[in-house]
Design a protein around this ligand. Structure first.
Ligand code: MN
Length: 201
């Protein structure tokens, strides 16, 4: 029961001009595929061979760095592709909008917190919007860590994440990470993020 590289719900060109096709193709077929293949190789024949990715991540502090890095990479990119859409952008509505307002003061307050977490994550990593105990929180993690890891130093259930590894933006944005973060807001699929919130609750 190996993990599979998920298909995207849109073409590699679909998120242009915000995220370019070449970046999308390399990111999916090389980077995410690599994490998936290496995760499967690392757990094959072990006690984790039939575990869910969530089970692996929630116990990852006792596992190898190979499982940590590739398990995180597998999960993180699955979420990343899902929360983006060529029909994305704008603002959330309904319960998600209310929860963002009560947690961050306003949508702009959330956007500032999330963008700041993404911009200030030193080196490679991710920024997250997570549901935890009735509210939403923003945090960031290094490398392929994520809030589901038992020792992440950042908790909750991720409902939105942005990859700030240079491989996610360098071809188009070079060193301009803040421009990439701003562009990401044009492709966030808030309907999917709302579904993630409902699942997390
Ligand atoms: Mn990546």
């Amino acid at each position: 029961m190996a993990f599979e590289l998920p298909k995207l719900n849109y073409d590699y060109t679909a998120l242009e001009p915000h995220i370019d096709a070449r970046t999308m193709e390399i990111h999916h077929t090389k980077h995410h595929n690599g994490y998936t293949t290496k995760l499967n190789a690392a757990i094959e024949g072990t006690e984790n061979a039939n575990s869910s990715i969530e089970e692996i991540l929630s116990n990852v502090s006792g596992m190898s760095s190979t499982i940590r890095n590739n398990g995180g990479g597998y999960y993180n990119h699955c979420l990343f592709w899902e929360v983006m859409s060529p029909n994305g952008g704008g603002k959330p509505s309904g319960e998600l909008a209310s929860l963002i307002d009560s947690s961050f003061g306003s949508f702009e307050g959330f956007k500032d917190a999330f963008s700041n977490a993404a911009a200030t994550q030193f080196g490679s990593g991710w920024a997250w919007l997570c549901y935890e105990n009735g509210k939403l929180v923003v945090c960031s993690t290094p490398n392929q860590d994520n809030p589901l890891m038992d020792d992440a130093g950042c908790s909750g259930t991720p409902i939105l994440g942005i990859d700030v590894w240079e491989h996610a933006y360098y071809l188009n944005y070079q060193n301009r990470r803040p421009d990439y973060i701003e562009a990401f807001f044009n492709v966030i699929d808030w309907n999917i993020v709302s579904e993630k919130l409902n699942q997390a609750k």
